[in-house]
Ligand binder design. Structure first.
Ligand SMILES: [Zn+2]
Ligand SMILES: [Zn+2]
Length: 269
């Protein structure tokens, strides 16, 4: 198994030490682990401040290279990052990605109009439908304008935050039409998507994106696809990845994707 989405204490929302994560990955028999700590540029945070939520990348890289060497006989360690994609920050994002020797970049939309979905401003004074449309319309513009990533992270992340008054978190036909446009752009630009298994832990009871989107991506000719647990603690490393490979196989996927220095490699399922 290959876990392509793991956070360590380089991310503000994780306390897992890098080596703790590696040991766990070895213990459960992963062949490869890609660390993908968070980088968000110019985002709103409580206290009404706009900040860079970014770690010391050179220190991170040094550390990863040390562990890569130390554990080379036991597991492949990949140097990744999960970068928040925002159109207004396009140039700085490109600068960061081009400057360092990443193996793998997840581009994610955690933030719409500077607001992290987590704080739920996106939902204020909007119906669920309006909030979803706003989210996916923005993702469409992002994939049209930004190139600095390999796979789009948890494409339907907005579902994770549509709780409470928005009981039904499913996606409707109109949103599927926008998602189809998004996937076409992703494929045409040679990018991919990730299947994120954390939805099973966050009460959505499916992967992100869900099976309908995974089927659509396949039907449209999508081939580049990574699978990741989005673990923020060691117990979640590898979480339901085997089961997700089976879901992909059932849909008709023959390969999953890994990356080395930003180049995709296809692994038979
Ligand atoms: Zn994320
Ligand atoms: Zn993540």
């Amino acid at each position: 198994m290959y876990d392509y989405h793991v956070h360590t204490l380089f991310s503000k929302d994780s306390t897992m030490k890098v080596e703790e994560g590696i040991r766990r990955a070895v213990e459960i028999g992963l062949k490869e682990i890609a660390f993908t700590d968070h980088a968000e540029i110019n985002v709103w945070r409580p206290g009404d401040v706009i900040v860079d939520d970014l770690f010391e990348i050179p220190i991170y890289i040094d550390k990863m290279y040390q562990y890569k060497e130390k554990y080379k006989d036991k597991i492949n360690i990949k140097l990744g990052i999960e970068i928040g994609l925002q159109r207004e920050e396009k140039d700085r994002i490109a600068q960061i990605i081009d400057e360092y020797p990443f193996d793998f970049v997840i581009g994610s939309s955690h933030t719409i109009e500077k607001y992290d979905l987590y704080f739920r401003q996106l939902f204020q004074e909007k119906t669920k439908k309006e909030a979803y449309e706003r989210y996916f319309q923005e993702v469409l513009k992002i994939v049209q304008e930004i190139e600095s990533y390999n796979v789009y992270g948890h494409l339907d992340l907005v579902r994770r935050y549509a709780y409470g008054e928005y009981e039904d978190i499913s996606i409707c036909n109109i949103e599927m039409e926008i998602i189809e446009e998004i996937l076409k752009v992703i494929i045409q630009k040679g990018k991919g998507i990730e299947v994120n298994t954390s939805g099973f832990r966050y009460g959505i009871d499916s992967t992100n994106p869900d099976i309908d989107v995974l089927k659509l991506y396949k039907d449209l000719g999508g081939e580049i696809i990574t699978v990741g647990s989005d673990a923020h603690k060691k117990e979640d490393i590898g979480y339901r990845i085997g089961e997700t490979y089976d879901i992909l196989k059932d849909i008709g996927y023959k390969y999953i994707t890994t990356f080395e220095r930003m180049e995709p490699k296809f692994i038979k399922l």
